[in-house]
Design a binder for this molecule. Sequence first.
Ligand code: MRU
Length: 349
Amino acid sequence: METKPVEWVEGKVRLIDQTKLPHREVFLELGRYQEVVAAIKTMKVRGAPAIGIAAAYGLALGAQSIRAAGKETFLRRFRAMAQTFAATRPTAVNLFWAIERMKRAAASGDDPARIKEALIAEAKRIDAENEAANRTLGRLGAELIEDGSTILTHCNTGPLATGGYGTALGVIRAAHEQGKRVRVYAAETRPLLQGARLTTWELMRLGIPVTLISDTMCGYFMARCQINYAIVGADRIAANGDTANKIGTYPIAVLAMEHGVPFYVAAPTSTLDLSIPSGKEIPIEERRPEEVTHIRGVPIAPPGVAAANPAFDITPHYFISAIITEKGILYEPYQARLKKLGHSGEKEA
Ligand code: MRU
């Protein structure tokens, strides 16, 4: 059985604390919505789709504690909670998309008791639809992968990041499930090491051969023709196809173009934000400098040194060979083809 990174269990939000992996599997049972907010901020749960699912369950949880006789008072308090979730992490649009869905579900109910039930059902639906989308995009994307390939991936895009199956990692595992022999180079993903800690852990459990490399080794292996494809996930895809993903993705895309390696982005349509024209408008999260000056709490730089910590970078659309979604595989010109898909991620909470 696959570990569900976040789920609704007997009126609580249960999640695996990803900051403890791979050495300890610690499950948290959160009974207050503020604890879910904190878990997203501190990246106990992380990855664009998983953050959206956690916020949806967190809002369902928070709604249960609202004491209001009438719908208007209920909705006012619910919207305030939604605002708290929207302020956790700015880049992954799946968060805002899920919050919008929950707000719509709340607004369409009749009275607080029914709305509370409807919100639990809506969060479960978001979770289930997301996993189904990942399975579909995985299967579609696997058609691009030839037997005997070596694939470079960055950050973590497996079940932990996505609520189920995976996006970029979903493509890789679908190819593996189809009987293709695939091997993976997992880039460690400084500063928080999602590649080293989480991607290797997931791939090893799936029985897919994986080699851990530092982020600085990507060019070395491409120059030696040891990588056939680079596949990554996405936190937000703008209307022109520009894509925000974990810091370190953009240099991989540039290297891939230089070495003639196809560079694929795999993401469900809940990651699209067609309301913004390009990557320039995507807000980039800046995190604490200590994440760079320390590794797992151990200082690696002189005390007091200045450190920058943008958590994501933007890969311009012209570096992307294809965008793999559950509704199909898209090629340039992305602008027109993304528009046809029709979904626009919601930004406001
Ligand atoms: O900061 P994180 O760990 O939440 O960032 C995660 C990523 O950048 C993933 O690559 C992205 O969310 C795609 S996951 C399907």
